[in-house]
Write a protein that binds this ligand. Structure first.
Ligand code: G3H
Length: 197
């Protein structure tokens, strides 16, 4: 790939309540943002768009696919699903802190290596996310343009594959919902741009 457009799904119902896990839909505002994304990319070749299997990323891709019938292939990748929070699925951060104070403190102490009971952590999800990137590149026939529509933790991991960050800083990379990263990656240069859509 030469151009990777890395997008996070826009506002979901769970985002509104600060909840983790689940499989909620985009809010009305989130759906408007999905249309804004599609409008923003008019005129940009986008033969391959990869999403996770979760509703919010698929909904984010819908306007893109509707306006580009025949040109965009849409693959739902399990490798790009959001971090599995196991027993904490559906909780808000406030509820998590109240119900599982030791867990919450352990996570704050070492967020990169922390693993949710019955689920994943940043360190343990890294392998499948990196496999997903390789699979996407392969399936696109090494296309010059790829878009991935992912999630907060997933996009942090993807970014960390392209730019060096200390592992302990990765879980704190800012991943906005109204901007995307345009990563230009060639042998001689790597360029990152955070752009609004
Ligand atoms: O649902 C999980 C979140 O998107 C991951 O963010 O690791 O900062 O809690 P966090």
């Amino acid at each position: 790939i030469k151009n990777l457009f890395l997008v996070r799904h826009a506002e979901s119902e769970y985002n509104l309540e600060n909840r983790v896990g689940g499989d909620s839909s985009l809010t009305e505002k989130g759906r408007r943002m999905a249309w804004a994304l599609s409008r923003h990319f008019i005129g940009t070749p986008l033969p391959y768009v990869f999403t996770s299997t979760l509703t919010r990323t698929r909904e984010m891709a819908e306007p893109l696919l509707e306006t580009r019938k025949g040109t965009t292939i849409h693959h739902a990748f399990k490798e790009f699903d959001e971090i599995d929070v196991g027993e904490c699925d559906g909780l808000s951060y406030a509820e998590m802190e109240r119900a599982r104070p030791e867990l919450f403190a352990a996570r704050a102490r070492n967020k990169y290596n922390f693993v949710y009971p019955g689920g994943e952590g940043y360190a343990t999800m890294a392998g499948r996310v990196y496999r997903g990137i390789k699979k996407a590149i392969y399936l696109s026939g090494n296309s010059e343009y790829i878009m991935i529509i992912g999630h907060q933790a997933v996009n942090r991991m993807i970014l960390s594959d392209f730019l060096f960050r200390r592992a302990e800083d990765v879980p704190y990379i800012f991943i906005p919902q109204d901007k995307y990263f345009h990563i230009v990656s060639t042998q001689s240069k790597k360029l990152f741009e955070l752009r609004k859509f």
